[in-house]
Design a protein around this ligand. Structure first.
Ligand code: NAD
Length: 329
């Protein structure tokens, strides 16, 4: 089967080729999937997409006209695919629902610890011959209250790590996980989580209900100096509102692995270019903001698992078998 792979980076080719072992004809494109690039799928029966590829109704109509009948998402999130349009057009969609939730949770913890202990500043400072401690004061994590929003696979791993640090963990989710409660995690309302947490970490999906969950209203309910970590999806946070809270000093620190307007910026080497996004430029100017380029998933274990599941999903489609990772509208 011919499969066109959009948004290819060198590691995609390396891990997908290893998992494929020559059974499908994988055609690698660097281009992101957009209405203007959709016709590049001509001749393929399936397209393989990543987080910044846009399979909206127009793109899917183009795919249907070209005979593309399957989308293999090499990610867990699927907010970038119009599932209803895909179903109407007879295009099946499968994703990789889980691939080392530990890697994402561990990255969230790494971001938090870096900010708290000012590792990002200390790293540069000592290289410049400055061995002073001024401005590097952190706090003990032990005994602090951590708020986890979304206790699915990743949120649960994150909660487990923070319990290991000796934290009290409060959680909010639309469904309770007995495994979280068994760890000593206490489910509560968003209001109480906001009011009592020293650190809030976001692990819920992007839905109409969670878009701009962290906006001016939520920030106003939080403790002075609260830390926020987002490794989930950028639009969970209203960027303008967090910039205001950082400027006023209400927000203690912010770590973003994902950003509202990350498409076209994250995963690209723009060094030497002028950064056109004023909000991102403002965020990068704060000493207490840490931005990574949607890399929380990027561990050897996770990338290996993503490639294996993606190829398994493609095998199921090629064989006409039901796929356990199929997405329904
Ligand atoms: P999951 O489906 O296992 O868990 C999501 C949890 O969020 C579920 O428990 C669900 O009930 C809960 N939830 C749904 N709506 C909610 C709401 N309105 N309020 C609170 N909780 C709600 O997903 P996961 O594998 O743990 O992934 C979490 C998110 O992490 C994904 O949606 C994805 O956006 C993101 N992610 C990011 C990276 C990265 O590299 N940065 C990698 C993988 C996943």
């Amino acid at each position: 089967m011919r499969v066109v792979v959009f948004s290819t980076k060198p590691h995609d080719r390396q891990f997908l080729d290893a998992a494929n072992a020559g059974r499908h004809d994988l055609v690698y494109l660097e281009a992101r999937l957009l209405p203007e690039t959709a016709t590049l799928a001509a001749g393929a029966q399936a397209a393989c997409l990543f987080v910044h590829d846009h399979a909206d109704a127009a793109v899917l109509a183009t795919f249907a006209g070209l005979g593309v009948k399957h989308l293999a998402l090499r990610c867990a999130g699927f907010n970038n695919v119009d599932l209803a349009a895909a179903a109407r057009l007879g295009i099946t969609v499968a994703r990789v629902p889980a691939y080392s939730p530990h890697g994402v949770a561990e990255h969230a913890v790494a971001l938090f610890l870096t900010l708290n202990r000012r590792i990002h500043r200390a790293y540069n400072r000592v290289r410049d011959g400055n061995f002073s401690l001024d401005g590097l004061l952190g706090f003990d994590v032990h005994g602090k209250t951590v708020g986890v929003i979304g206790t699915g696979k990743i949120g649960l791993c994150f909660a487990q790590i923070m319990r290991g640090f000796g934290c009290r963990v409060l959680a909010f989710d639309v469904t309770r996980q007995p495994a979280a409660e068994a760890l000593g995690v206490e489910y509560t309302t968003l209001e109480r989580l906001y009011a009592e947490s020293d650190l809030i970490s976001l692990h819920c999906p992007l839905t109409p209900q969670t878009q701009h969950l962290i906006g001016a209203g939520a920030l106003a309910q939080m403790r002075d100096g609260v830390y926020i970590v987002n490794t989930s999806r950028g639009p969970l946070i209203d960027t303008g509102a967090v910039i205001d809270a950082l400027k006023s000093g209400r927000l203690g620190a912010l770590a973003l692995d994902v950003y509202e307007e990350e498409e076209g910026v994250f995963y690209e080497d723009l060094s030497g270019d002028i950064l056109a996004d004023d909000q991102l430029a403002r965020l990068l100017s704060f000493p207490n903001v840490l931005v990574t380029s949607h890399q929380a998933f990027f561990t050897r274990e996770a990338v290996t698992a993503i490639a294996a599941t993606t190829l398994g999903n493609l095998d199921d489609f090629a064989a006409g078998r039901p796929c356990p990772h199929a997405l329904k509208a």
